[in-house]
Unconditional design. Structure first.
Length: 62
């Protein structure tokens, strides 16, 4: 179970970094989802949307 949790956490961190890059270069969630990344399939669209919202709030406060 710990390995699964660790893999999931690693995927979430990679997704956060990808999303930060997308936001930095002015792209949004629509463009991200159009790329049909495997990470989106693994985490699910709902989680990606949550991470986009989270990163938008974080970047807005920096």
């Amino acid at each position: 179970m710990k390995k699964v949790d660790n893999n999931y956490n690693n995927l979430v961190e990679v997704a956060r970094l990808m999303i930060r890059d997308y936001l930095y270069y002015g792209y949004g969630i629509k463009t991200f989802l159009e790329q049909d990344y495997d990470i989106t399939k693994e985490l699910g669209i709902h989680k990606i949307k949550e991470l986009f919202k989270e990163q938008t709030e974080i970047l807005g406060n920096e």
